[in-house]
Design a protein around this ligand. Structure first.
Ligand code: AMP
Length: 221
């Protein structure tokens, strides 16, 4: 099953992808995580991406398309994939279609997470991440037991530079300008589905699984 999770920053794509990808036996491919890892490791890609990511701007399409091609050609993506944070622009969506075409594959479903802007601002503003393994906490609805420490591995919690207010505002603007047009792109291709991403975590997971179950059944017919 080849799946894309689409939605604004803070919509919960990553949280839901981590919850559902293993149930369907497909890897969770988060381009934001890949870039943050490259930045932390100081690779050539990381050096190039750093200033874009920290300002909340998009990394150039050619760079992202090369990265995703390499990732999708990895054997673990043969049975399918769950893309989180890619594509984010029309050229990326077109590039993905062309790549899948060359691979003799196609997208099965694009799940859009609809979330009101005030909710996004609250979610992104209070988000803290663990240094060791990226576990996510939130000041209001999922605080750590010990302030500043991960419940699961005790490592330090930090705020992503792009979760600071100036960068958040820019990320939402970039989303509206460059990513929102993808809704129409995928609607026109008949693969578009939508969930209420403003609901609670469990409820959203149920809605996402209901969609993926249906798509999985159609695909196996
Ligand atoms: P995320 O973790 O998905 O919110 O991504 C964090 C940041 O990584 C974004 O604000 C961009 O700077 C960069 N990024 C992630 N995915 C993409 C993409 N598909 N195209 C361009 N930039 C991206």
């Amino acid at each position: 099953m080849n799946v894309v999770f689409l939605g604004p920053p803070g919509a919960g794509k990553g949280t839901q992808a981590a919850r559902v990808s293993s149930c369907y036996g497909i890897p969770h491919i988060a381009t934001g995580d890949m870039l943050r890892e490259a930045i932390a490791a100081g690779t050539e890609l990381g050096q190039l991406a750093r200033s874009y990511v920290e300002r909340g701007e998009l990394v150039p399409d050619e760079v992202m398309l090369r990265l995703i091609e390499e990732r999708l050609r990895n054997p673990d993506a043969e049975k399918g994939f769950l893309l989180d944070g890619f594509p984010r622009t029309l050229p990326q969506a077109e590039g993905l279609d062309a790549l899948l075409d060359r691979m003799g594959r196609r997208l099965d479903v694009v799940v859009f997470f609809r979330v009101p802007t005030p909710t996004l601002l609250r979610r992104l503003g209070g988000r803290w991440i663990c240094r060791a393994r990226g576990h996510v906490y939130h000041e209001d609805h999922h605080p750590p037991k010990v302030p500043g420490r991960c419940d699961l591995d005790g490592s330090e919690l930090y705020q992503r530079p792009d979760d600071r207010p100036e960068a958040v505002a820019r990320r939402l603007e970039v989303y509206e300008q460059q990513t929102a047009p993808l809704l129409e792109y995928y609607r026109a291709r008949g693969v578009f589905r939508e969930v209420d991403g403003g609901a609670g975590i469990e409820e959203v997971t149920r809605a996402v699984c209901a969609i993926l179950d249906t798509v999985g059944r159609e695909g196996s017919r």
